[in-house]
Design a protein around this ligand. Structure first.
Ligand code: 5GP
Length: 181
């Protein structure tokens, strides 16, 4: 399976260190407060599981699923809620935990929706950012890594539901050359 994939962009160790740093930074920024982590299914599950273990503050978890690419690698721009939060976020500090932000269409829709629910604050923590293909302006409060415009899998990210369990982040296709900024 692994030999059908391309270049490893982020090793397990790089990810481990960066997630720990993010956890420390978030813990410092929200010191004395309680957080609601809103995990965007399904790709962000692995990141969430690691991140929460580096938070030194009370944090609850809730899940949301929104439609994205299906089995293709191109954004359709079609976004809808497939699964909503179980609990209210009114008067809560919300941190949206995303796997990857590409065009930004999915997150823009999600933030718009969450900001209409009277949360005290809504911020975003994205493990991966691919700014080259952004179609809507979005502020990412915490970013793990900025990546070139390549389709990646691993560490929760899939292609047709495969590769989520890989411990590193790797380019899907061996032929794809990632433009470096
Ligand atoms: P956006 O709406 O920002 O274009 O896309 C966000 C969603 O598209 C992500 O949450 C993810 O599900 C999917 N996506 C975008 N880029 C990639 C990528 O490089 N690899 C994978 N596996 N999914 C991606």
């Amino acid at each position: 399976m692994a030999d059908a994939l391309g270049e490893i962009l982020l090793t397990e160790e790089q990810i481990r260190r960066r997630v720990a740093e993010l956890g420390r930074q978030i813990s410092a920024d929200y010191a004395g407060l309680e957080l609601t982590l809103v995990c965007v299914l399904r790709g962000a599950v692995v990141f969430l599981a690691d991140l929460i273990r580096h938070l030194s503050l009370p944090a609850s978890i809730d899940f949301m699923a929104i439609s994205s690419y299906g089995s293709d690698t191109q954004s359709t721009g079609v976004v809808r809620i497939v699964k909503d939060l179980d609990d209210s976020i009114q008067h809560r500090h919300v941190l949206v935990v995303e796997d990857i932000v590409d065009t930004g269409l999915t997150l823009a829709y999600l933030l718009d929706n969450l900001r209409n629910r009277s949360a005290t604050s809504v911020r975003v923590c994205a493990l991966l950012d691919k700014p080259a293909r952004r179609r809507v302006p979005i502020t990412l409060d915490y970013v793990g890594f900025t990546l070139p415009d390549c389709f990646v899998v691993g560490y929760g990210l899939d292609f047709a539901q495969r590769y989520r369990g890989l411990p590193h982040v790797v380019v899907l296709s061996p032929e794809e050359v990632c433009p470096r900024g």
